[in-house]
Each structure stands twice: as C-alpha cells, then as structure tokens.
Design a protein around this ligand. Structure first.
Ligand code: HEM
Ligand SMILES: *[C@@H]1O[C@H](CO)[C@@H](O)[C@H](O)[C@H]1NC(C)=O
Ligand SMILES: *[C@@H]1O[C@H](CO)[C@@H](O)[C@H](O)[C@H]1NC(C)=O
Length: 300
C-alpha cells in the first residue's frame, strides 16, 4: 500500500517536473500534449486506437531476425522506470544545450542496453498512424507488456498516459541502477527506494527467465578463453520463453548473475522462489500471477 502511494507520487512528480520544464522537442519525444495524471490502459483508445497492434507488429517483425528482442525491450522499460519514474528519459541522447547527459552511457547501459532501434521503429510507425500522440514512456511500457505476451508470459494491460521527460535526465540515479555484483542488502535498498519490496524484487528478477548476458557479469565470470562480452543465455533451459524455469536454476545455484543467486542468501527470500518453482500448475500460476500484478503495478 505504501508502495502504490509512492508510485502515484512518482508519477505526479514526473508530470509536475514536465509542466515546469521548458519545452524542447527532441528526436524521440514529440508528444507535447497535456493531460491529467490518471493512467489508464485505454488511454489511446480514442486518440490512436491502433496503438497496441502497431507496437505488436513492429516487435513481431523484429523478433524474426532477433529472438532476444522481447527481453531487450523489457529491460529498457526497467531501466527507464528505475531512473526518475517511467518517463522515457532513457531514450534521450546527449544534448548539452539543454543540459541533457544521456543515460545510455552509464555503467548498467553502456554496451549493454539494446533494442533502441526497435523503439525507433515503433515510434516511427506510431507517428505515421497518429502523429504526436503516443509518448515514448508509453511505448516502452507497451513494448514491455507485448514482449511478455509474445514470449509466452501472462498478458496484462499496462496503464498508459505517461508524459515524456524532455529536458532532464538524472545521471546520478542512472548510475545507481542495480549491478550484478550488488550484495542483497543493496539490491533490496535500491528496490525499496522505489517502493518495491522483497517480493517485488524476486518477481521482477524473474525477468531473467529470458534474454542474454555477457559472461563478464555471470557467477563464473566467463570460461577460459571467452571474451568478456561473449553472450550466454540467462535461462539455460528455455532461453527465449517467459516461464518459471529461472527459479529452478536459481534454487540449484545455477542462475547466471551473482545478483540473482544472492537472493537465496537471505533465508526470508527462499520462500517465494521455492514455492513458485515446484512446477505444479497451481504454483506456476502463483508466480505468474504475482509477476503480472507486480509488473503492472511497477509499470505505473
Ligand atoms: C535486481 C537487479 C537487476 C540486476 C542487477 C540486473 C542485471 C542484469 C545484467 C547484468 C544483465 C546482462 C546485461 C548484459 O550482459 O549486457 C541483465 C539482463 C537482463 N535483465 Fe536484468 N537485472 C536486474 C533486474 C531486472 C529487472 C527488474 C528486469 C525486468 C523486469 C530485468 C530484465 C532483464 C532482461 C530481460 C535481460 C536480458 C536483456 C537482453 O537479452 O538484452 N532485469 N540484467
Ligand atoms: C563504454 O564502454 C566502452 C567499452 O567498454 C568504453 O571504452 C567507454 O569508455 C564506455 N563509455 C563510458 C561513458 O563509460
Ligand atoms: C573477471 O575476470 C577478469 C579476467 O580474469 C578480471 O579482470 C575481472 O576483474 C573479473 N571480474 C570480476 C567481477 O570478478
């Protein structure tokens, strides 16, 4: 409860900042429309009814050439929301005239965050259909929602109607994105700062059920002769499917990232993954349901 009120606060702060911000049109953030703070999954039903279909089509096309794309897109949404709320600021490039230092080069993103070209394609397709309507922050949120669905995860409708940041980025906060080498206490603290509790942490880390990691970030830190940037599947069992296999590997000590494995170092953290990894349909649903609820709340 405390969490959801802090979320609305974050959203409010975001629009407030935008109201006072000088209007600068940047390549990726055209939508200078004003509207109330209330988010709703039907936000674009009147102004751009094809929004969901357009986003889905572009992601589906991209996925044909690159199976990793849904994972990469979810991660972008995460890295956007973690820094000053979901305001699309991750997409901004350096613009010194207006004091923007891009978040794309911070440690957690540099040579790591990817999928920006697909976001550009989605933006272009939406601009063709409905110029100046759909915010970039909403594109990231929708892309995450649809990526989960395409990867076989639960479907849900993210609330929409976010405003884009146009003049501010927050490098300090972007530098504070979680590191794969953070101890559990630090991860918990970073999530708590956003109103996310331990259950949220466990559920959200479940996103590591698909996508890739460079071996330099893994528990093994590469094998002999491997380049630091060599790619490994985050989930060795079903690399491109959003399911709960990740939790099985975690319980066997075989999650790729130290930051995944460290969740088991606290006895109080053992319960959720243990329960959801048992494999029965009921416990599977518990994980998926938890994720769905957590993910949709987090997305606002
Ligand atoms: C708890 C803190 C987290 C840490 C320390 C962390 C760290 C990482 C690291 C190091 C990688 C590999 C990046 C690379 O090799 O370039 C990665 C990939 C990924 N992360 Fe996380 N992550 C965290 C939470 C999350 C959350 C909350 C989500 C989404 C809800 C997420 C989604 C992903 C996905 C989907 C990938 C694969 C991306 C791709 O293949 O392009 N992560 N994460
Ligand atoms: C990004 O990574 C590359 C290669 O690791 C490095 O040369 C570059 O300095 C990094 N950029 C920033 C801003 O840290
Ligand atoms: C990974 O291994 C490389 C090469 O041995 C080393 O330079 C680097 O510090 C290691 N990274 C971690 C996080 O241990």
């Amino acid at each position: 409860m405390a969490a959801s009120s802090r979320f609305s606060l974050a959203a409010a702060r975001c629009s407030l900042r935008l109201l006072t911000a000088a209007l600068v049109l940047l390549a990726l953030s055209h939508g200078a429309h004003s509207h109330g703070a209330a988010l709703s999954s039907s936000f674009y039903d009147g102004s751009c009814p094809g929004t969901r279909d357009i986003v889905r089509r572009v992601i589906q096309d991209a996925r044909v050439a690159d199976a990793r794309i849904p994972a990469s897109l979810i991660r972008l949404h995460f890295h956007d929301c973690f820094v000053n709320g979901c305001d699309g600021s991750l997409l901004l490039n350096d613009d010194l005239r207006v004091g923007i230092t891009t978040e794309k080069n911070v440690l957690a993103n540099n040579r790591s965050a990817r999928g920006f070209n697909v976001v550009d394609d989605i933006k272009r397709a939406l601009e063709n259909a409905c110029p100046g309507i759909v915010s970039c922050a909403d594109i990231l949120a929708l892309a995450a929602e649809i990526s989960v669905e395409l990867a076989g995860g639960p479907s849900w409708s993210v609330p929409l109607g976010r405003r884009d940041a146009t003049t501010t980025t927050n490098i300090e906060s972007a530098n504070n994105l979680p590191s794969p080498f953070d101890p559990l206490k630090t991860l918990q603290e970073k999530f708590r700062n956003l109103g996310l509790d331990d259950t949220d942490l466990v559920a959200l880390q479940g996103a590591h059920t698909f996508g890739r990691t460079q071996c330099q970030f893994t528990q093994r830190n590469c094998t002999a002769g491997q380049r630091a940037g060599a790619l490994l599947n985050l989930d060795g069992v079903t690399p491109d499917v959003l399911d709960n296999k990740y939790y099985g590997s975690l319980l066997q000590g075989r999650a790729q990232l130290p930051s995944d494995q460290v969740m088991l170092s606290d006895p109080s953290q053992r319960q959720p993954p243990r329960r959801s990894s048992a494999g029965s349909p009921v416990t599977r649903m518990t994980f998926l349901e938890t994720s769905r609820r957590r993910w949709s709340r987090w997305g606002t």
